[in-house]
Write a protein that binds this ligand. Structure first.
Ligand code: ATP
Length: 447
């Protein structure tokens, strides 16, 4: 039973399953939605949290990595030093005829929103568009009651800067020595000109970023190491290898701060898209913060008695884009011989609900036994109790939620105190002693 192929995998199907099953809802839906913003429902919030937890553990279990949680609003000088006030722009064009707005460098494959059969590029060729203007993607707001220019602050467009400005604080408090990293997970905001492809390009999203501080000269080696480690992370979560690739930034397209950069890309139904960037940012950021703040960003190397500004290797992943990647990759439609089942083949560690407890019928004391098992397993795992509808329909509901195990209590349970455990992907069933079910799951979910 093969997973759905790209040609028949349509993003709309996943978006609709995500809504139906409570993974993702449109933000402010009852008011018609807010473009580029999405809400995570009961299953989505668990999956997102599991993705972030996996990343956080992978990073912070290493002895030379510390975490922080910086505020979203920062001193406006941060964004001058970082180059965002000057450079964080996209070129924008407007259609003089229908007033639609487009990113000038992304016109290919884009249709006119007023006339969905008409490629935007044709309107451009016909001279309907204005000249391109640079549009800054940072959201602006005001701090305090007076809305004047001296009170302008920005919603951070990336979490990285919160790490750079705290780098000396972290060294002083944690006594880390180079090479070491600082990680952060948090919201970032970009006023994207065109949001599209569901969670792929949104205006509010979450990032999982690591900044790794190294001695200049050792940066190439660390860059290579982190590049491999980050790809492995996606593979370890079960993402199909053939759907992942590296894309190196061409020299002339490198960001102003970068010496080298690779994107990890996933092949979505709409084509390849970046899910994480790995950048050698040199000493650009710390040098700029030293210039703008007047505070030293130098590191004193005890071993060699040298002073220098460290180089930084950055790994920057979108938590929301990783979430989307995981859902898209897990989605499958399979012909069971009797029907087509939709199943989310999520890695068990990521699955929002680990086990469903299903009493086969509501008679004798099956529900009591089922409740007892449910109360027992949910001390350790998120579990779901379902006694409504046929067993086939209940299995289907759990398949769609990505629940790796279903435990059924049936008439045999009353005789020999065993239950049936059904595994999601193989649909194989085995009988397990009801008192050993917690241990069984602990063993299985350790993977
Ligand atoms: P893109 O070229 O797609 O705009 P970028 O190169 O600007 O992305 P980075 O600044 O490197 O992206 O951000 C790091 C990561 O943050 C991206 O790999 C992506 O996973 C995530 N990300 C960036 N912008 C968005 C967005 N608008 N919506 C969702 N995730 C985003």
């Amino acid at each position: 039973m093969a997973q759905s192929t790209k040609s028949d995998l349509n993003l709309d199907k996943i978006v609709s399953l995500a809504k139906r099953r409570g993974f993702v809802f449109q933000s402010s839906e009852i008011y018609g939605g807010l473009n580029g913003c999405w809400d995570y429902g009961p299953l989505g919030v668990e999956l997102l949290r599991n993705v972030k937890d996996e990343w956080w553990k992978k990073m912070t279990l290493q002895e030379n990595i510390e975490g922080i949680d910086a505020s979203i609003l920062m001193h406006p000088k941060v964004w001058e030093a970082s180059g965002h006030v000057e450079n964080f722009t996209d070129p924008m064009v407007d259609c003089k005829e229908c007033k639609a707005r487009f990113r000038a460098d992304q016109l290919e494959d884009v249709m006119c929103p007023r006339n969905p059969n008409r490629p935007a590029i044709r309107c451009q060729q016909e001279g309907k568009f204005t000249e391109a203007r640079q549009f800054n993607l940072m959201f602006k707001t005001f701090i305090g009651p007076v809305e004047d220019s001296s009170a302008v602050v920005y919603l951070r467009p990336e979490t990285a800067q919160g790490i750079y400005v705290n780098y000396q604080n972290v060294i002083a408090s944690s006594r880390q020595k180079l090479p070491f990293g600082i990680v952060q997970i948090g919201k970032a905001f970009r006023n994207e000109i065109n949001t599209k492809n569901w969670l792929f390009r949104t205006r509010e999203f979450e990032q999982m970023e690591m900044q790794f501080f190294v001695k200049p000269g050792t940066d190439d080696e660390w860059f290579e190491r982190w590049r491999q480690e980050r790809m492995q992370w996606f593979l370890d979560l079960g993402i199909r290898k053939e759907k992942l690739q590296f894309q190196r930034h061409e020299k002339h397209k490198l960001a102003h701060y970068a010496k080298d950069a690779y994107d990890i890309e996933y092949e979505f139904p709409f084509g390849w898209g970046e899910i994480e960037g790995i950048h050698n940012r040199t000493n650009f950021d710390l040098t700029r913060h030293q210039q703008y703040s007047g505070k030293s960003m130098e590191y004193f190397d005890d071993a060699t008695k040298e002073k220098y500004i460290p180089y930084i290797i950055e790994t920057s992943a979108g938590a929301s884009r990783s979430f989307m990647t995981i859902l898209v990759d897990a989605y499958a439609e399979e012909d069971t011989g009797k029907e087509i089942r939709t199943v989310l083949k999520l890695h068990p560690r990521l699955a929002p609900v680990k086990v469903a407890i299903l009493p086969l019928v509501n008679r004798e004391n099956m529900p009591d036994i089922a409740r007892n098992i449910f109360n027992d397993v949910r001390k350790d795992f998120r579990a779901f109790y379902d006694d409504a509808g046929s067993i086939g329909r209940r299995y289907r509901r759990q398949d769609e939620a990505g629940t790796p195990y279903c435990v059924t209590i049936d008439s045999q349970t009353l005789q020999d105190q065993t239950v049936t455990v059904r595994e999601r992907d193989s649909m194989q069933q085995e009988r397990v002693s009801s008192s050993g079910i917690l241990k069984y799951l602990q063993e299985k979910l350790k993977r």
